[in-house]
Ligand binder design. Structure first.
Ligand SMILES: [Zn+2]
Length: 407
């Protein structure tokens, strides 16, 4: 195996989360009696460029094209975030209406809807056929494919160059990062920009967000290796912005070299990463020990609540929750059910742990004593929406970074 950015084979494993089924593969009743496929979940660091990455790649066709259940428009926080992102990009780069904005991994088209409101022409690229269909039905033209340099050529012929290309939570999912960079180089207009957002590795490590590690996330991104990736293709990071969504996300602005002045933040982040030792094997081994400790604490808390005869449910069923449940081996002996807003998950069972997924309203109907909040990045919004549950005496457990009982 070689590094997806620098092709070096100087990769060292520092974290082993065992094996899990794909985190978004929620099971229908008829699949419960059939065997599930488990894939290894191990994180490596490239000692050459610093990219943190999984060594095992689950075929994208397995991960994305079969009833992919993640709809980016299910939370208010998410919708606002995408609307603001579109507006901020249009203002920052003085984009004109009628210019083309392309979103890679566009899901149901929430971000593109934002660009369209600003008058831009939009095009989505989305491998999940169900998401693609929803987007097209909503009038957001969306191509049902994986992004690559080949597809970039086809789009160029049909639509011309793009002034802006975006990708939110998609770069970390891409195995062939060189094909991504080549595709951008083909499609971007003069002074065009690629703006992407990805969970920031520094926060993952500092806040023990190990549950954000699952097979869809092939890379755990940070500034130093990203700079290295684009440098190989004549591009550079021109700006960085931190966002609070998803437990700490970094927004990268990429352009061809010398098209824009480079914000001094880029150098500052590279220094920060060095001072925090996130490329240092000793530090990463300590992180792995802390992950193991966290599992013990959470399991102990669950066991002691069950011993007291308490009823516990899970609130929300995000992909990250599936890593947490599978790694900590928390299943139906502990959680009665998981609640979820997404109609694509309701009526199904969690991968690996087989916990039934029910509508949000079941939390009040069944009033478990404790609710394990799996989408902790949306904790404020979820607790606000469930204030009645707390008013009636229900308590939330926020699992990350330390198991914490609220209420
Ligand atoms: Zn590397």
């Amino acid at each position: 195996m070689s590094c997806r950015i620098c092709r070096s084979d100087n990769l060292i494993k520092y974290l082993d989360l065992g094996s899990t089924p794909p985190a978004d593969d929620f099971l229908t009743t008829s699949r419960l009696s059939k065997p599930e496929v488990y894939y290894p979940l191990n994180v490596y660091i490239c000692l050459n460029c610093g990219l943190h990455q999984l060594n095992y790649v689950v075929t994208p066709e397995i991960l994305y094209q079969n009833d992919y259940p993640y709809e980016s428009s299910t939370t208010e926080t998410g919708k606002n975030h995408f609307n603001n992102l579109a507006k901020e990009i249009v203002q920052k780069y003085n984009l004109n209406s009628e210019e083309l904005a392309i979103d890679i991994g566009s899901n149901v088209g929430v971000l593109l809807e934002g660009f369209r409101k600003c008058g831009m022409n939009v095009l989505g690229i989305e491998p999940a056929n169900n998401m693609c269909e929803i987007a097209n039905n909503n009038g957001i033209e969306t191509i049902n494919e994986f992004f690559s340099d080949n597809l970039a050529h086809q789009i160029l012929m049909r639509k011309g160059n793009a002034k802006v290309i975006t990708g939110t939570n998609v770069v970390a999912h891409i195995d062939d990062l060189h094909a991504l960079a080549k595709g951008l180089e083909i499609l971007l207009d003069e002074k065009g920009v690629f703006v992407f957002e990805a969970p920031y590795l520094l926060h993952l490590l500092e806040n023990l967000e190990y549950d954000t590690i699952y097979h869809e996330h092939l890379s755990y991104l940070s500034v130093r290796p990203i700079a290295k990736l684009f440098k190989q293709f004549g591009m550079e990071i021109i700006d960085l912005e931190e966002q609070s969504i998803h437990g700490g996300t970094l927004r990268y602005h990429i352009a061809r070299k010398n098209d824009y002045a480079v914000n001094k933040k880029v150098g500052e982040y590279i220094e920060l990463e060095k001072s925090k030792r996130i490329y240092d094997l000793d530090y990463l081994k300590k992180f792995a020990v802390n992950v193991e400790e966290h599992r013990k604490k959470l399991v102990w808390l669950m066991l002691s609540l069950k011993k007291e005869g308490k009823r516990i449910a899970g609130v929300s069923a995000p992909a990250k929750g599936m890593t947490l449940l599978n790694y900590c081996k928390i299943g139906t002996e502990t959680l009665d059910f998981l609640t979820e807003k997404s109609r694509l998950k309701i009526g199904r069972y969690s991968p690996g742990t087989h916990i039934p997924v029910v509508p949000d309203s079941e939390l009040l109907n069944q009033m478990p004593d404790y609710a394990l909040l799996l989408a902790w990045n949306f904790a404020d919004e979820i607790m606000k929406n469930n204030s009645e549950y707390m008013a009636r005496g229900g308590k939330f457990i926020i699992p990350i970074p330390e198991p914490n009982i609220i209420g």
